[in-house]
Design a protein around this ligand. Structure first.
Ligand SMILES: [Zn+2]
Length: 103
């Protein structure tokens, strides 16, 4: 499958950062897939966003969780990791300085 342009994890540097984080936090003895038992995983090239659903069944795009996934190459079971807490994605600082200007 071709990687779409603009993928966050398409560079070797970013992928290396994710793999280093996984190696530091995921013990080798716990790497078999919980569904099929195979140990071969594929890191996605993209970050994904989980958005909050409100009690009115609306998607709250102001409350999102950037995430990366790894998928079992045998059964497609997918694990989701918080990209902010893992340090892979930095949350932009206050938007007060990024708004439109009257310049
Ligand atoms: Zn599996």
């Amino acid at each position: 499958m071709e990687t779409p342009k603009g993928s966050v994890l398409e560079t070797d540097e970013k992928r290396k950062a994710v793999l280093e984080w996984l190696n530091a936090h995921w013990p080798k003895e716990k790497r078999p897939c919980p569904i099929c038992g195979q140990t071969t995983w594929n890191l996605s090239s993209d970050l994904w966003v989980i958005a909050r659903l409100t009690d009115k069944r609306a998607v709250d795009l102001g409350t999102i969780y950037p995430s990366f996934t790894i998928t079992c190459t045998n059964c497609a079971y997918t694990m989701l990791f918080n990209a902010v807490l893992s340090g892979i994605w930095q949350v932009p600082q206050s938007s007060e300085n990024e708004g439109p200007t009257n310049g």
